[in-house]
Structures are given as C-alpha cells and as structure tokens.
Ligand binder design. Sequence first.
Ligand SMILES: [Zn+2]
Length: 157
Amino acid sequence: MSSPEALAATVLQNVGWNGSLPINPKAIAECYGIAVKSEVSLMGGTNSGRGFKLGDGKVMIIVNPADSKARQNFTIAHELGHAFLHGCGIHDRSTDRVEVYKQKEAQANAFAAALLMPESPVRNAVELGKNLPELAELFQVSQTAMYVRLNHLGILS
Ligand SMILES: [Zn+2]
C-alpha cells in the first residue's frame, strides 16, 4: 500500500488539480462517484458528522452542516482517506481492534492533511511569509490542522 502522502498526490493528479487553492474535497469525492451530503437527518443520531455510509450499495460521506467549512473539508478528506486506503470505506469501530482502529484513523488523518495541504504550495505560502491564520484561511482548514501539517513537514521546529 502506498503511503497516505503518496496516495493523496496521486488523487490530486487523477482529478486534474491545477494548483488552485483551496482544494475542494467535495468535488474530488464527486469525481470518484462518492456523494457528499450535509444533512443532520442522515447522521444516525451521532453529532460527529463523520458518517460514511452505504445505502443501497452506494457510498456517501455525511458531514454536519453545523460544522465550520474547515471542519467539513477535513471530515470529507478524512473519509476519502478511509475509502482509498481501507477498501470500501466502511469504518467499523465495532469489529476493529483498538490498535487497528487507531492506525486507520492516523492514516486517514495523514491522507486528509496531505490532500488539503499539499507540501509544495504549503512551503511556497510559508516562504511568502504567511502566518498560521493566513495559511489556514488559504487552505480552508483549521489552524490546528495547519499547525499539525507544518510540524509534520518539519517547517516548525
Ligand atoms: Zn475515521
């Protein structure tokens, strides 16, 4: 299996990403035939807004409309990570052992970060002197997600 980072780069290439920001994970999901719905009624009683469901054989990602745009983007990208990295995208907490669950979560988060914040535009923006809030705005992610990404890329030390 390729790394989450490499896979995210491949996905961006496959959808013909032209370098424009922010990256739109909903449009990417739709390129792969995965619908993204933003409806509380579909969330099955949870409020996490991260549901990834199969209905009539169709995969869809469900986000919480009450979440910020940045949070919704990360949720969509995270669930896409499960879809691409873990097969069908069914995220079964009940059967996975805790360690397996945690590993899949970490992989999905790494994929999401790499998809929404590709290394080269992040480095370019940092070199232009953008600060954390500006970077978060540019990539439409939370400041926390951006901070984690900068750390991961070794930009913060
Ligand atoms: Zn997950």
